[in-house]
Design a protein. Structure first.
Length: 495
């Protein structure tokens, strides 16, 4: 069948909706901007409201006989070599939960890299799936976690042959990538599906110099955030399926359980338009972005105290298998400032926002939306930061544990700990207790503490010192982290 990637079914249907002059006595209540607050219209513009129509009974008829969304999803699947694609307007945080629920159920095991995003942990809490954590490959010198290897998953399956499948995050927010083909082979040897959380990899299918794309590498389900490295709107996500280990109807049913019944046509349109853009011009656009990033990286290397992590830093024995250069991770260890300080200074003094921040790094993501003008502003701001760093106050030191100290015992299922009896205890008395909440440095959003893990002194010191240094912890019940929510052992003994 010939596929015409110059078509964009959602955008075309939206254009037809306006051309036909339809008059809706349906939600949304702003009625094509007419009822929206004038001050809101002035800030957002009417185009936002004009694109905000019902998906069925608006964009398409009430029985969706135009197959608008279905045709858009079929085109997306073809563009990335998937057999089925599902659009999501709730971000990859929902998509990855749907993927997990299609592979395992309550009290069934799922192998998961411990460098998973907090949305994966939320999926464990909601589903009751039992995680079997697979250790990342740690770079102790740089305090970085890279995705687990195929051998790591192989050993985990040997120890847990009843595991229903595996989930790996690749690429990481830092750009480190796994050997997905080898991990898929480990899973398929046992007739088990592989889920890839590829939220940071929307661009990967469109240029040969980028790391391997999950569908081409043999993964069964892949979750991708189009708004991260693509040009979709925030919350725009897709999940792709291929092979026969997960029935498409089952995956669709699990997604329907979690998804909204009022999806945003604006987000659908962004997904549809991005697919057309990449299918027609992806190699050209990604090639230009890679060339631009190469120049930016070389220029940053010339700034005293700054170093841009590259393939030689991330890849090698015991480290990552591949590397994406576009996240642009800058190590500031030689500058004597933390990533938190640098990000705050750049935002306040130069109007530059970093996408990734930790105790010694900032990430400056380059995409096909950048050009010499935007990157020139970035380089100028970074040079100014290099000069200003000498005058910045010494930042509080973050007590980063060794890799061995970061791992804690999973004493209870995340769901049982999260929903069970709990109490708040002073952080000084929390070591040895079982956490009843997540505590997540954000970004990148990888929890340091999961519900059900037995807390240790080194991890608590890391979080407390990190908070004092500027770390953002959005999820603990006590934002100051003076107390920690833990399982109430007295109530548990009384049951």
């Amino acid at each position: 069948m010939t596929v015409d990637h110059s078509r964009a079914p959602v955008l075309e249907a939206l254009e037809e909706y306006h051309r036909s002059g339809r008059l809706g006595f349906t939600p949304p209540g702003h009625k094509q901007a007419r009822g929206a607050d004038p001050a809101v219209r002035e800030v957002l513009g009417d185009a936002v409201f004009l694109g905000d129509v019902l998906a069925s009974g608006g964009l398409d008829d009430r029985l969706v006989r135009g197959r608008v969304l279905q045709r858009a999803q079929e085109l997306m699947a073809d563009a990335v070599h998937a057999e089925h694609t599902f659009f999501s307007t709730c971000g990859s945080s929902l998509s990855v939960k749907a993927a997990m629920l299609s592979v395992a159920g309550p009290h069934e095991k799922l192998l998961i890299g411990r460098d998973a995003h907090k949305s994966v942990v939320s999926g464990l809490i909601l589903s009751g799936i039992e995680p079997v954590w697979v250790e990342p490959r740690w770079d102790a010198a740089r305090h970085l976690a890279h995705p687990p290897s195929a051998d790591d998953f192989d050993r985990a399956f040997d120890a847990h042959p009843d595991a229903r499948g595996a989930l790996v995050t690749s690429p990481t927010p830092y750009g480190a990538s796994a050997s997905l083909r080898d991990i898929a082979e480990v899973c398929h040897r046992r007739s088990r599906p592989l889920i890839v959380d590829e939220a940071w990899g929307a661009h990967l299918p469109f240029h040969p110099d980028l790391p391997s794309w999950a569908m081409d590498a043999g993964a069964d389900i892949c979750v991708t955030s189009i708004h991260k490295m693509g040009s979709g709107l925030e919350q725009g996500s897709v999940f792709h399926l291929r092979g026969d280990l997960v029935p498409p109807a089952l995956l669709g049913m699990r997604a329907d359980l979690l998804g909204t019944t009022s999806p945003s046509v604006l987000i659908f349109a962004g997904l549809d338009g991005w697919r057309r853009q990449m299918a027609l011009r992806g190699k050209e656009l990604m090639g230009a972005a890679l060339a631009l990033a190469d120049g930016v990286r070389a220029a940053i290397e010339e700034i005293d105290g700054m170093r841009v992590d590259d393939r030689d830093d991330f890849c090698g024995p015991g480290l990552a298998d591949d590397f994406d250069p576009l996240p642009g991770v800058i190590d500031l260890d030689g500058l004597g400032v933390t990533g938190y300080q640098a990000a705050d200074w750049l935002r306040e003094h130069r109007g530059i926002d970093a996408h990734l921040v930790d105790h010694r790094r900032i990430g400056m993501q380059i995409t096909h939306g950048d050009d010499r003008e935007t990157t020139g502003e970035l380089l100028s701001a970074l040079r100014d930061l290099g000069r200003a760093a000498r005058t910045l106050p010494r930042a509080p030191e973050v007590d980063v544990p060794s890799p061995g100290e970061l791992r804690m015992e999973q004493a209870l299922l995340p769901r049982d700990a999260f929903f069970g009896p709990a109490e708040d205890v002073p952080v000084a008395r929390a070591a040895g207790r079982v956490a009843a909440e997540m505590i997540t440095p954000y970004p990148p959003g990888i929890p340091a503490v999961l519900p059900g893990e037995r807390l240790t002194g080194p991890v608590l010191r890391y979080l407390r010192t990190g908070l004092a240094a500027g770390m953002h912890l959005p999820d603990p019940s006590d934002p100051a982290l003076d107390t920690v929510r833990v399982v109430d052992e007295r109530a548990d003994r009384g049951r």
